[in-house]
Each structure stands twice: as C-alpha cells, then as structure tokens.
Design a protein around this ligand. Structure first.
Ligand code: PLP
Length: 372
C-alpha cells in the first residue's frame, strides 16, 4: 500500500449518475455491472451504495468468486448474476449457486442442458444469453429449437433473456448493430410463438443506453456509464439527457520539483524533455497501475496542461508544466477528476480504452470513499 497516491471515489456522484440513467429509462430496472472490482472502483462499496442509496437490486459479476465475495460481504435482497466464469461443470460450484443464491448466465448449450436436467437446480431461475453477432459467449440462434423443446419438456420459463452488443459505441443504425437487434427480436418472437415465457430481457450496455435504446426490454445493463464515462465518444450519438460525471479522481503527491530546460535528460532512459519548464516528480507509477503507455500523454490540471515526460517508473512519474504552478512538495496533483472530458482525452492520447485504464489500477493504490 501507499499513501502518496489515491483513487478518491465520490459515492454521491455514483448516485447522481444512476439517477440520471434512471430518468432516461424510468420504467427499466438496472442490472449494474460490477465485474472486475466494479471497474476498479471497489466492488463492495459500489454495490452497497447502489443498493442502499439507489435501490438497485441486480448486479452483474464476471466470475462466481466475485459474486460469492459480494454475498459474503453484504446483507440484502439483491440478485447476483455471473456472466462469464460460471464454472458450471465444476461439481463444487453447484452448492455455491444454491447456497449463496447466485444466478449463472447460461451462454452455451452444454450448460443449458446441465442446468435444466438437474433437479437440484429446479428452483434456479433460468437466465439465457444468446449470441446475436458478437461471436463471443452465447447460445446460438440455431439451437433455439432444442432449447424450446427442453424448456417445454421441463415446463420451465426463462427468467431473463439476454444478448450483448459487439459495437454499441458505434451508431445503433450501423449494420452490425441493427442485425443484432433484429436477431434478438426474432429470438423473442420465436419464444412467444412457442409459448415460452421470458419474464425479463436485456441487451443494452452503456453505449446502447447512451443512444436511448432498451426501452422495450425490462432491464438495462450499464457499466462504464454508471462510473461516469461515456462509452459512445461521439456526442452526436448521445440521445439521452446525460448529466453525469466521473465518480473517481486520481491524485498523487508531488515528491520533488525541478526546473528544466528543453532537452534535459529525465528519468530512466534519459529521455530529453520536450520543453523548458518545471518538472513535478509525482508519487504514482506502473506499480499502481499507472501504465507505461501514459508516457507523453498530457492532461488538464486546473487551466494548465501537464505532460507525462520520460518513462513512467514503478513508483513515480515526471510531469512537465511549461509554467510554474502554485503547487508545492507534498501537495496533490490530480490526473483526472469529475470532468469526464478530461479523462476521455487522457485515454485517447494514451491509446487506451477507459475500461482498461480503470481496471488496471492496482490494489496498492488506496481507494478512498467520500460523499460530496
Ligand atoms: C460488461 C458488460 C456490460 C456493461 O458494459 P458497459 O459497456 O460497461 O456498459 C453489460 N453486459 C455484459 C454482458 C457485460 O459483459
């Protein structure tokens, strides 16, 4: 651990973002994606706040272990879904799903038969995710006849029918998105024609939500947007009234200040600095998940532009400002904060998707929760 760098997480802002999503989708329920430690923000505090403050009752994990961790840490009447690492073939998982009241999202035919043929799973809600064009996980549309037959045989409904977009950061009018939408509708139609009830359905992740898609389903499944970052980065695709901001601020303390002239070698590899100015040696590095690919990235701090010069070190980095700031040794320097357009441009310049930048933040970096 360390105390010279921190990811400060404003839970009130999470509440505001979720309210904003709720205003755009007043009749939909939210299945909040909290996989990968809630995109690096801390799975327990995020789940707890969303449940207690916003009344969210459905959460999405990637792994069974993540879901068990939530169940063991939080009391409450909420559903937990496991999306990818379901481990259904592992005999010991069975008691986990049943004892901890966790729901696997079934996305292949072997698991579907395993669950529906096993009488122990009789009371487990059936949640099916179909591949409509992403070609990652998912039941195939041509498996629908055998799925329908099996559900009829056991007299079972589908609790939640799902699919997932491959490109929801692009316009939904784009041909691959419209093909996915069409296929998902055909699946629904076929289930209806065969009298297979599905109580809930969802397809929209952040990009689709931003484009105001998902009102015909009962659920939406936001991840990134709840944490305050848009997934659709072209504002003309934004079709909801989005007034959210980033819930996190990444800050590190200034360890040393040094004046340099253009060309002064700096840090490992002795890279020459591109401009004359002041270097702030700052207490965050790749050991905190502050990636080496942030080298040369710039960011806005107050009204000034700071540039990460030289290599990112394990524990430190060098920030160049062409003007001297009112910033002393021991003061905090913020790399990103509330204003998500700064974070967006930071990610773009680093050629990283915001998802990865968040998820890479390492356990050494303390997460501090505030409400303001
Ligand atoms: C991660 C994930 C989401 C959320 O995606 P965002 O782009 O973060 O909103 C929704 N559904 C599934 C199946 C996911 O894996």
């Amino acid at each position: 651990m360390r105390n010279g760098a921190v990811l400060e997480i404003n839970l009130n802002q999470l509440g505001i973002n979720l309210n904003c999503i709720n205003e755009a989708f007043p009749t939909n329920k939210v299945l909040l994606m909290v996989k990968a430690d809630a995109y690096g923000h801390g799975i327990i505090p995020i789940t707890k706040y969303a449940y207690e403050n916003n009344g969210i009752k459905s959460f999405g994990c990637a792994t069974l272990a993540e879901a068990i961790y939530i169940r063991n840490s939080l009391e409450g009447n909420f559903e937990l879904f496991v999306f990818s690492e379901t481990n259904l073939k592992d005999a010991s998982s069975k008691s986990m799903y049943l004892d901890f009241n966790i729901i696997p999202v079934i996305s292949n035919i072997e698991d579907f038969f395993l669950i529906t043929d096993d009488l122990d799973y009789k009371y487990l809600p059936i949640v099916l995710k179909f591949n409509t064009g992403m070609n990652r996980l998912g039941l195939e549309v041509n498996e629908l006849p055998v799925i329908i037959k099996q559900l009829q045989k056991h007299n079972r409904d589908i609790e939640h029918l799902m699919s997932h977009f491959a490109c929801s950061n692009l316009s939904l009018e784009n041909s691959s998105n419209s093909r996915q939408i069409k296929l998902f509708n055909e699946i629904k139609k076929s289930l209806n024609e065969n009298n297979i009830k599905f109580n809930n359905s969802s397809i929209s992740n952040s990009g689709a939500i931003e484009q105001n898609y998902g009102h015909d389903d009962t659920f939406i499944r936001p991840g990134l947007l709840a944490y305050g970052q848009q997934s659709v980065m072209k504002n003309n695709l934004l079709k909801i009234n989005w007034d959210g901001d980033l819930i996190s601020s990444l800050k590190a303390k200034v360890l040393q200040i040094r004046s340099v002239v253009k060309g002064t070698p700096i840090g490992y590899g002795a890279n020459p600095v591109p401009n004359t100015g002041t270097i702030y040696i700052t207490a965050i590095g790749y050991g905190d998940g502050f990636s080496c690919s942030f080298q040369s990235t710039d960011f806005t701090y107050g009204e000034k532009i700071g540039k990460l010069v030289g290599r990112i070190n394990m524990d430190m980095c060098q920030v160049l400002f062409t003007e001297k700031l009112n910033l002393n040794k021991g003061d905090w320097l913020e790399f990103w904060g509330k204003d998500n357009s700064n974070f967006e441009s930071f990610c773009k310049k680093a050629k990283k998707i915001p998802y990865e930048v968040f998820c890479n933040l390492s356990p050494r970096l303390p997460r501090v929760y505030i409400k303001c």
